[in-house]
Design a protein around this ligand. Structure first.
Ligand SMILES: NC(=O)C1=CN([C@@H]2O[C@H](COP(=O)(O)OP(=O)(O)OC[C@H]3O[C@@H](n4cnc5c(N)ncnc54)[C@H](O)[C@@H]3O)[C@@H](O)[C@H]2O)C=CC1
Ligand SMILES: O=C(O)CCC(=O)C(=O)O
Length: 444
């Protein structure tokens, strides 16, 4: 396989899908050497079968807003690969959602889920509907209309969606309620459910906690303690909130967080009380992060990202391509020692090169944010068993899974000079398991 040629062929077949091509290029460039050690992969054209999703589901969602107007949105589910388990991955509700973004996310999810050590295939879905500015009743009607179509394509052993940007506990609850209404089945059809109806303890926290557990492991490879380190965090949603919570528990000092309008910089650090305010602001009042700056009298920078501030560590927890080359250069110039991705593909390829050339600790989201889907996998296990595990039990399992992912990255990503290329390590480890399962299951 020549990675560049495969990517060019995909680019000409899917010319309007830049995010999908970006994700594929990065993975193929890092697995090329390993792939070519296995002539049987090439003989069965494994690479094209792995890059192109099994199935794209696209549908119209029709719903009625509070003024009585009939609205339409697009709905999608990308079932990418199910060789190691049922399709699994979140739903994103955001105005930017399109096929390219969901295809990149579903592709990445396949490798991420493989890394978790649990039996889950890769999928992603969503809609160009944005819950921002909508009433609860509108969000409920939209979720019901979305599920009216999606329910045909999912099942506890077939495809199990969850949350992502714009889809939290509220949306998962409405989606679950409608699935049950349509099918008369109470089954583990979604993860991230409420604690009262089959949700796992620690699932809301899992992506953020796992992100910080992974960061701790990276720092340990250089004997660096997280305690006392300053941290730039972007986003103010689920992943950012629980990343900040775990950073605080481990003695670090988060300085920033953001939303799509701008970021706040708090030189005293975001402490537990301020974090509780952010959670209330974002999860209940659904307000803007600017209000934090007004309440605590700190700096707010409109229309910008926090990467030009000085800190020891950076963790992007908002969205894709939020760290570009210029931002990466600024972070390195300011002495950042580690960058850990809570978001999916938040770093552009040019920025990734800056981090790797500077030999700082840098890991891709498919490794560091895998804790969320891992605990989703544990939620599926609990639903199948009809049991609920304690907080401590789930957290211990999460910790062990993040340790295993880190060990696998070290195994496959350590270079001749000792630098750990976490991108390569995660891609090769995730790929090998999926590839072996594909070979065993024949050409289907
Ligand atoms: N929720 C989960 O369990 C997981 C989420 N992720 C990834 O983490 C990231 C954040 O997801 P969540 O926290 O769940 O979503 P969320 O909807 O709870 O929060 C998203 C945050 O990102 C900000 N944001 C969204 N688009 C933005 C843009 N274009 N520019 C600047 N800020 C923007 C929002 O204002 C919000 O603060 C996404 O990349 C998602 O794919 C990854 C693994 C699991
Ligand atoms: O919990 C899940 O199933 C999916 C989480 C997710 O969307 C992700 O890992 O990006």
């Amino acid at each position: 396989m020549k990675a560049v040629e495969v990517v060019e062929k995909l680019r000409s077949r899917f010319p309007n899908e830049p995010e999908y091509i970006q994700a594929v290029s990065q993975v193929l460039a890092t697995i090329e050497e390993e792939y070519n050690k296995h002539p049987e992969f090439e003989k069965s054209n494994l690479i094209e079968r792995l890059c192109i999703p099994d199935r794209l589901i696209e549908f119209r969602v029709t719903w009625v807003d509070d003024k009585g107007n009939v609205q339409t949105n697009m709905g999608y589910r990308i079932q990418h690969n199910n060789v190691i388990g049922p399709y699994k991955g979140g739903l994103r509700f955001h105005r930017s959602v399109n096929l390219s973004i969901l295809k990149f996310l579903a592709f990445e999810q396949t490798f991420k889920n493989s890394l978790t050590t649990l039996p889950m295939g890769g999928a992603k879905g969503g809609s160009d509907f944005s819950p921002r500015g909508k009433s609860n009743a509108e969000v409920m009607r939209f979720c019901q209309a979305f599920m009216n179509e999606l329910y045909r394509h999912i099942g506890p052993d077939e495809d199990v969606p969850a949350g992502d940007i714009g889809v939290g506990g509220r949306e998962v609850g409405y989606l679950f309620g409608q699935y049950k209404k349509l099918t008369h089945q109470f089954v583990g059809i979604l993860t991230g459910k409420g604690q009262e109806f089959g949700g796992s303890l620690i699932r809301p926290e899992a992506t953020g906690y796992g992100n910080v557990y992974f960061l701790e492991n990276m720092l340990k490879t250089r004997n660096i303690d997280l305690k006392g380190k300053t941290v730039l965090v972007s986003g103010a949603g689920n992943v950012a909130q629980y990343t900040i919570e775990k950073l605080l528990q481990l003695g670090a000092k988060p300085l920033t967080c953001s939303d799509s309008d701008g970021y706040i910089y708090d030189p005293d650090g975001i402490d537990e009380e301020k974090l509780a305010y952010i959670m209330e602001l974002k999860n209940v009042e659904r307000g803007r992060i600017r209000e934090y700056a007004e309440k605590y009298g700190v700096k707010y920078v409109e229309g910008a990202k926090p990467w030009f501030e000085k800190a020891d560590i950076a963790t992007p927890c908002a969205t894709q391509n939020e760290i570009n080359e210029e931002a990466a250069k600024a972070l390195v110039a300011n002495g950042v020692i580690a960058v850990t991705e809570g978001a999916n593909m938040p770093t552009t390829p040019e920025a990734t090169k800056v981090f790797q050339d500077a030999k700082i600790l840098y890991c891709p989201g498919k490794a560091s944010n895998a804790g969320g889907v891992a605990v989703s996998g544990l939620e599926m296990s609990q639903n199948s068993e009809r049991l609920k595990w304690s907080r401590e039990e789930v957290d211990n399992k999460l910790r062990n899974i993040m340790d295993d992912i880190h060990a696998n990255c070290v195994k496959y990503g350590t270079e001749a000079d000792g630098y750990i290329n976490y991108v390569k390590g995660a891609n090769v480890a995730g790929f090998l398991k999926v590839a072996k399962a594909m070979m065993a299951q024949g050409i289907v």
